[in-house]
Design a protein around this ligand. Sequence first.
Ligand code: 4AD
Ligand code: MG
Length: 460
Amino acid sequence: MAIDTKELYEKIDELMGSDVVIQGWIRNHRKQKEFGFIDFSDGTCFRHVQVVYDDKLDNFLDIQKYRVGCAIEVLGEVVKSPKEGQEFEIQAKKVLLVGDCGEDYPIQPKRHTREFLREQAYLRPRTNLFQAVFRVRSVLAYAIHKYFQDRGYVYFHAPIITASDCEGAGEMFHVTSFDLDKVPVVDGEVDYSKDMFGKATSLTVSGQLEAETFAQAYKKTYTFGPTFRAEHSNTKVHANEFWMIEPEISFCDLEGDMEIMEDMLKYVVSYVLKHCPDEMKFFDQFVEKELLKKLDKLVHSKFSRVTHKEAIDILQKADVKWEFEPKQGEDIAKEHEKYLTEYFDGPVFITDWPKDIKAFYMKQNPDGETVAAVDLEVPGAGEIMGGSQREEDYDKLVRRIDELGMDKEELAWYINLRKYGTTPHSGFGLGFERLLIYVTGVENIRDVIPYPRTPGNCDV
Ligand code: 4AD
Ligand code: MG
């Protein structure tokens, strides 16, 4: 039976001197006249294994023809390696070709640009960088589930197809079963009553509203699923399809919400540092200088807190030529986020946002101007989380929905939660890819999602 190289590394003391079978791919191949070295990886761990073979093997000449990318099976003895920094190598007794690889294989053992690899998205997990990124993605997803499950949260699957626009930004992808060449129209308007669901529907931008229904039943719940935004933002941190984690907690105010945001972020970062040491060392060495120092600091620091008003004050006093002048009552631009995270030298919570630039469901503060909302800004990824205390007061919520001219009927179920045992409650959304950008140092969202969907790009 073949052994995973992960296990081989874990049990190396025990396995030294014995024969093993390994199955994987050739990453590099150096040939000499009487012997050869195969840089071998099976993907079960970040580290590769060196396979050494010589001309005593009967298929020696065939082996020398095995190209980078070939799938092989090796039977060999685990021996101490003379090479510095390498614990062991496999002295091959048999090397079998499992799957040949064409000469035109694009992933050769040399430095490829990330742009080039984006065009080869289906092959890029075979490179060191993407091996590391997507394993960390997997481990981080597990850490998030573990954090919430260990604390008694119920995992809630929010619907993907929905009739409500949670963020009210109108950035939704329509879902229809109409033949788009023959859309039924009545009085110049599309007749959605004839569509699959009898009404206009879209892909969800957030599972929050539905998660609130579960929070009112289970006290603590969270979603972790794909969300979709039809925005034409061609930035390094926006995608049209991204994954979001959205906890929702009853009997919890904004203060409690921020405590969970901070605690969870520290937990998942520590988890990855502990469980992906090789990958994290690689990022630190080749992707972001001092990444480990940054993350270690995060784990041991207390996050800074400012109100939106204070943040704008800081920005206005800064000696910087802004592209967008910071103004009270207005949103915070990318350049402002960057300045603030540098100013506070780490993650910073910005609270109490102007109500007019935030969503309808946020709890209105007594000043009548701001809402109990919070964004967490981090160096590099910018806004990584956004949350708020929710408006639990029936009348205030209805008034806000009316002010914004939203459809009350479509939201009746949501509004009714305030009628049937309402509680103060809060939650937040963590952009999973933004978290990955922060944790790996890989700065473009296109490089932390396996098959990115961004404007003009939907390959594979
Ligand atoms: O700030 P947003 O829009 O908040 C919500 O959707 C709330 N319903 C969350 C909640 O309170 N339950 O999105 C939340 C997070 C952002 O902070 C950001 O990290 C990420 O989702 N995000 C994106 N990530 C990648 N591409 C995009 N286009 C994103 N838009 C938001
Ligand atoms: Mg936001």
